[in-house]
Design a protein around this ligand. Structure first.
Ligand SMILES: [Zn+2]
Length: 221
């Protein structure tokens, strides 16, 4: 299981619960501007409904992860139900992109003893996060911007090199949401605005924006 990156210079931004027609394209345009590669953990049924968005995510060089077929709470699921949720999401993604996801994120981070091993059995590693600002709440962007402050603080600290930080040697995995797991077309403008604020600032403190793959598989920067 992975929940952080292998370098304080690497920030892995991740989006759960999409794709989402009013928001995902805005994020893709914004990420392009900062040459940021990120990871979208999509819900299978939304991927099925918005195949062109899923294709666009891949075309632009981002990673796609599995976030189950219907955003089920796997804590209460049997091994068979867990496999079914993972398989149906992989099928939706596979049909659209011709590729099989290598990463899985359990809805709400909820898991029981079978979740990680089931994902592994399907060739997927499980990814959690270090920073969860709570962008699913209906709050102004200013609230969200403040909740994301620790990332830049840590990045400054790391480059200062006092070596005394509990995060020393590792970087953050940020968990945001481009959709709402209950329905399509959710309003996530605060998430877009908060990233508009932070992406240039993060770049200025020397952070690199990487997919969850690059977060752990490439040599540390
Ligand atoms: Zn979710």
């Amino acid at each position: 299981m992975v929940w952080r990156t292998n370098s304080p210079r690497k920030l892995a931004i991740t989006f759960d619960d999409g794709p989402n027609p009013p928001i995902t394209p805005k994020l893709l345009a914004l990420l392009e501007r900062y040459e940021a590669r990120v990871t979208f953990f999509v819900v299978g049924r939304f991927a099925h409904e918005c195949p062109e968005l899923v294709r666009e995510i891949v075309v632009r060089g981002h990673a796609i992860g599995n976030h189950t077929a219907t955003h089920a709470n796997l804590f209460w699921s049997t091994p068979t139900q867990i496999r079914e949720q993972m398989l149906r999401c992989n099928e939706a993604i596979g049909t659209i992109t011709g590729t099989t996801p290598k990463w899985f994120r359990p809805p709400w981070g909820m898991r029981n003893p079978w979740v990680i091993s089931s994902a592994k059995g399907m060739g997927m590693r499980t990814a959690l996060w270090t920073v969860l600002p709570g962008d699913w709440r209906v709050k102004p962007a200013s609230w969200l911007i403040e909740r994301m402050e620790p990332i830049a603080k840590r990045a400054n600290f790391s480059s200062g090199g006092t070596g005394n930080d509990s995060h020393a040697g590792y970087g953050d995995v940020l968990c945001l949401h481009d959709g709402d797991y209950r329905f399509l077309n959710a309003d996530r403008r605060a998430t877009v605005e908060a990233l508009q604020y932070w992406l240039p600032r993060w770049r200025d403190v020397g952070l690199e924006f990487v997919t969850i793959d690059a977060a752990v598989s490439l040599p540390a920067l």
